[in-house]
Design a protein around this ligand. Structure first.
Ligand code: PLP
Ligand code: SF4
Length: 347
């Protein structure tokens, strides 16, 4: 990554992002988990407690690991047949070509595996991962994630896309990235050209707060749009960052207004040292319920939980339909219940 990225307590203090008294605290966290703040993210930070700062500036609370937290919170390891592949569902695999990111999110669910030392798969490892995909015709979609795959050089990225293009049964390439938010200048012509594909290539952009949509970020998203790449949004529900209905509303409106369809709102995973970011499932459901009443359906992601232990991702509500005698009781967006009569569908 560019050398102007802030990586140490000294860097953060010098940039005026944290006060000098916090140097020891930041050093302690940084020796355990990777830290990186790009200049474009630093420019969005208004104060040490603002919603962008909370996502990226280390806090002592990260060193408190609670008993239910796990180094591998969503059980990827058990489903990794070869290095760089996670195959949990029959029709799709994760391909992780690189374990580094432009920025390091304090709540990251892969925080035990990502970091600046998390270099790319070497040529032989990447070839083995591709061979795994080639040999399995049931794999319809390849989800390229990491780390951040858009940290690969445009040349290596183009090679990877070409290799996937050449596999007949792969119909869809999906890339998950935080780069348009974290390092928008990198999302320039050479990188966008590398994404040209014969297959349907979808890009899922990770953003958690409307404040992340600064001018440079909006311009990067616009460049991706002009290249005809369909864009989806994924967000993590985070205490102190976006755990208010108005905040989520502003985030999803910002996505849709920038031609990004909100796809998933993730309930935070049980990653080590992230208890200060987690809220209850019930609080999450209540936020989703309020959102339903306030904003366009275009702005509604699915609220999902990745079940610890590797059992997969599922929507976790809220549910608007409940059995009511021989029919149903359906809640409207205001929480009012209405009867839906039994029909001819076997009820
Ligand atoms: C999240 C995830 C996927 C993608 O799931 P979708 O619901 O299709 O977005 C695929 N494989 C693994 C292992 C995952 O964790
Ligand atoms: S960009 Fe994604 S993988 Fe990288 S630190 Fe943030 S959440 Fe983790």
């Amino acid at each position: 990554m560019a050398s102007d990225t802030l990586r140490t307590a000294d860097d953060l203090v010098a940039a005026g992002l944290v006060s000098p008294e916090r140097r020891a605290e930041i050093d302690a966290v940084a020796s355990r988990y990777a830290v990186a703040v790009t200049p474009e993210i630093a420019a969005l930070i208004g104060g040490a407690d603002d919603p962008v700062a909370r996502q990226y500036l280390p806090q002592a609370a990260e060193l408190n690991v609670s008993p239910q937290e796990r180094a591998d919170p969503i059980g990827d390891e058990r489903f990794s047949p070869v290095k760089g592949i996670v195959h949990r569902y029959p029709d799709r695999v994760l391909l992780m070509p690189i374990h580094a990111c432009a920025v390091y999110c304090r709540f990251c669910f892969r925080r035990e595996t990502v970091g600046p030392g998390g270099e790319a798969l070497n040529a032989a490892e990447l070839e083995a991962a591709l061979a795994y995909i080639r040999a399995r015709p049931a794999i319809w979609e390849v989800i390229v994630t990491g780390g951040d795959p858009l940290l690969l050089s445009p040349r290596r990225l183009a090679d990877l896309i070409h290799a996937l293009d050449a596999i007949p049964h792969v119909a869809v390439i999906r890339i998950h990235s935080r780069m348009p938010m974290a390092s928008p200048r990198r999302v320039a012509a050479p990188l966008i050209a590398a994404l040209a594909s014969d297959k349907a290539l979808w890009l899922v952009i990770h953003a958690n707060h409307a404040a992340e949509f600064g001018a440079a970020q909006r311009a990067a998203v616009a460049r991706l749009n002009r290249a005809g790449i369909p864009l989806l949004g994924q967000s993590v529900l985070l205490k102190g960052v976006n755990d208010a209905a108005a905040t989520l509303e502003a985030l999803f409106r910002a996505m849709v207004a920038n031609r990004i369809k909100p796809y998933y709102l993730h309930h935070p995973d049980l990653a080590p040292g992230t208890a200060h970011f987690r809220l209850g499932l019930e609080a999450g459901q209540e936020l989703m319920r309020r959102l339903r009443g306030r904003v366009s359906g275009l702005c509604q992601p699915s609220y999902v939980l990745d079940i610890p232990g590797g059992h997969g991702k599922v929507p976790v509500g809220p549910c608007y339909a409940a059995r009511d005698g021989d029919g149903w009781r359906i809640a409207d967006p205001n929480g009012q219940g209405h009867r839906y009569p039994p029909g001819d569908g076997g009820e």
